[in-house]
Every structure is written in structure tokens, then in C-alpha cells.
Design a protein around this ligand. Structure first.
Ligand SMILES: O=C(O)CCC(=O)C(=O)O
Ligand SMILES: [Fe+2]
Length: 343
């Protein structure tokens, strides 16, 4: 099998300590990171390593439920619910080797929260943690608004998670352990892609590595470029953030939405065990008007942007879900019939 070409790239590490006093300095570090690699880690962000690990324990409790129980909260095209081994990325033709459960703050979650009988305190614990992550995203949004010359609250207002139509998505991920084989086959954990939302905040458990990035997209209309990858490793408590396509277009391509993947382990040094991660995708409310300061792209609403992204990346998958709908309505749905459409 051909070996991956790896190169070292610096992934900026940005401290949010004394945020209010240091906002100018933090803004210039964030803008620099956004204009170049598109990925950065943040430290001193206010969530402790213990709180993050507690959230992972909740996630583990959910994923260790039997599949027929998880299938009672199935994924649907509002980008909520559980999917298993069914997300096929445009860059691959095979499904990701993972299961994921997408959670939101608003009305889209009706009937899709796993109950306390199955995982005690699940909804409460998730929402509490989701609000903590939202607070961090809001700090970054203020800095990005400043960097682009918008009012401080410009992005925060259109990502208001107290609105019933909020579309921001908190995604629990569980990648299955992969056997060490030398059959030359590539098994995708998460095939290469760019996130289509505004901003992604990502958590992983220390040691459960696999995330890799490949910077180089100049315009948001390009697919990924290049074949030189850089491994991203995190220490417990660090948080990785990346710019999504929406912020790339909203900044007239100034801030880069970077191609990334969770590589299938297949080379020496790769991690073959199971992996848990959590991604929080900030998505604008439906009536947000999206257009950069230089008006490089025509204005679109939040609803149109999401519909375009679904069309671009997930038309086939949506069609599959629609054809599976009668089965999806039944709680005993076989797990293989659900399909995920998140980034
Ligand atoms: O699990 C990870 O580290 C990355 C997940 C990811 O890129 C995504 O869900 O969009
Ligand atoms: Fe992603």
C-alpha cells in the first residue's frame, strides 16, 4: 500500500486566559491561524480536563447501549439523531467506520433525546456541556467578527442557541477498533472532508489519535488539494478548532476551511484502538444573511446555505433516508438503514 506523505506544520496553540483584557492579542493570533492553517488548538478556555472526561464517560454510556436501543433515536435530515457505519463522504466510496449521535439545542431534537432510563441524566449532562462549548465558540466568534470588521456581536447573534430553530450541532463520535491487517485495503474512519458549518470545536481523548489535516484550499468552491498530511495530536484538556466552509465564504475566502480526515489505521505508528471524539459545529439560524465584507459571493440565508451543503455533499444520502422512511419510523429499524449527513 502506498505510504502517506507526512510533513510537519505548526498548528498554533492559542491561550484564552484573561480573555477580556487580552482580546486584541487573542484576535490577532486567531486571525493569523484562520488565514493560514485553518486549524488551531486553544488552551485556558475554561473547561477542565475533568469536565471533558466526564462528557466522554456520558458518550461512552450512550454508545455502549445495544444497537436496537440507539436505533430508537435515529438520524434524520435535520442533522440530529444516531447513525451507524453509514456516512459515505464524497471523497470515498466506503462508509466511515464509526457511529455518531448528533444533538441540538432546539426543536429539531423533539423525540430524539435518549431517555434517563437508558442513560441517567443524559439530556441534562449533554446540554450543560453543550452550553460550555457554546460559550467558547462565542468568544471565538467575537474575535472573528472583529478581524473581519463586523460588530462584536455580529456572529454571536446569528448563532443564538436559545432560539428554537437553532441548527448548531453537537456530535458524539465513536470510531470502532480496527484490526491490524496487511490486506492493502483502506478502511475509512472519517474520510477526508472540509466541515461545511461556521466553526468546529473538537475534543478527543488523549492517546486516541488519528486526526490529520491537509491545508491548501484557496477558495471555498475548491475541493481538497494536495496529498501531504500533518497529524494533529491533543493533550487531555486541549481543544482543537477549525474554520468551516461557511466562515470561509463569509470572510470572502480570507479564513481557510481546511481539508481533514480521521485516517484509517494502516501504517506503522497508527493507533488501531477505538476512538471517541466530540465535535461541536456552530451553524447559523435559518434567517441569517450570509455575505462577506467584500461581497465576493452572493448573499444567502442560513437556511439556503444548509440546504446547498446538504445538496452538495449529501444528496445521495438524503435520498436513501427518504427511501428508508417507513423503516425509520419503526423503533426496531435495522441499524444499517440510517444515514448521517453531518460534516
Ligand atoms: O473525530 C474527529 O477527530 C474528526 C471528526 C470530524 O472531522 C467531523 O465529524 O467532521
Ligand atoms: Fe470534520
Amino acid at each position: 500500500m502506498e505510504k502517506t506523505k507526512y510533513i510537519d506544520r505548526e498548528i498554533p496553540k492559542i491561550s484564552l486566559v484573561n480573555f477580556d483584557q487580552r482580546i486584541d492579542e487573542i484576535t490577532s493570533e486567531l486571525v493569523h491561524a484562520a488565514e493560514n492553517v485553518g486549524f488551531f488548538s486553544i488552551v485556558d478556555h475554561g473547561i477542565s480536563a475533568g469536565e471533558i472526561e466526564s462528557m466522554f464517560k456520558v458518550s461512552e454510556s450512550f454508545f455502549s447501549l445495544p444497537n436496537d436501543v440507539k436505533a430508537t433515536v435515529p438520524w434524520n435530515p435535520n442533522n440530529v439523531g444516531w447513525e451507524n457505519m453509514s456516512q459515505v463522504r464524497p471523497s470515498t466510496s466506503a462508509p466511515d467506520g464509526k457511529e455518531s449521535y448528533q444533538l441540538q439545542f432546539g426543536d429539531n431534537m423533539k423525540g430524539l433525546w435518549m431517555g434517563d432510563e437508558q442513560v441517567p441524566g443524559f439530556k441534562h449532562d449533554c446540554l450543560e456541556f453543550m452550553h460550555l462549548v457554546q460559550k467558547i465558540s462565542e468568544k471565538l466568534m467575537v474575535c472573528f467578527a472583529r478581524g473581519l470588521g463586523f460588530d462584536d456581536d455580529f456572529f454571536v447573534k446569528v448563532h443564538d442557541v436559545s432560539r428554537p430553530d437553532s441548527q448548531s450541532c453537537f456530535r458524539l463520535l465513536h470510531y470502532y477498533a480496527t484490526p491490524e491487517t496487511d490486506d492493502g485495503k483502506i478502511h475509512h474512519r472519517a474520510g477526508a472532508h472540509a466541515d461545511w458549518g461556521f466553526l468546529t470545536v473538537l475534543l478527543q481523548r488523549e492517546g486516541q489519535s488519528g486526526l490529520e489535516i491537509c491545508p491548501g484550499r484557496e477558495v471555498v468552491t475548491d475541493f481538497g488539494l494536495g496529498d501531504k498530511w500533518t497529524k494533529v495530536d491533543l493533550k487531555a484538556g486541549d481543544i482543537i478548532c477549525n474554520i468551516g466552509d461557511l466562515l470561509m465564504s463569509w470572510s470572502d475566502d480570507r479564513f481557510k476551511s481546511t481539508f481533514h480526515r480521521v485516517k484509517a489505521p494502516c501504517e506503522s505508528g497508527d493507533y488501531y484502538g477505538e476512538r471517541y471524539s466530540i465535535a461541536f459545529f456552530s451553524q447559523p439560524v435559518k434567517d441569517a444573511i450570509i455575505q462577506g465584507p467584500k461581497k465576493k459571493y452572493p448573499a444567502v440565508t442560513g437556511a439556503q446555505f444548509t440546504a446547498n451543503a446538504m445538496q452538495k455533499y449529501f444528496a445521495a444520502l438524503k435520498a436513501k433516508v427518504e427511501s428508508d422512511t417507513p423503516q425509520l419510523a419503526a423503533p426496531q429499524t435495522p441499524v444499517s438503514t440510517t444515514v448521517s449527513a453531518s460534516a
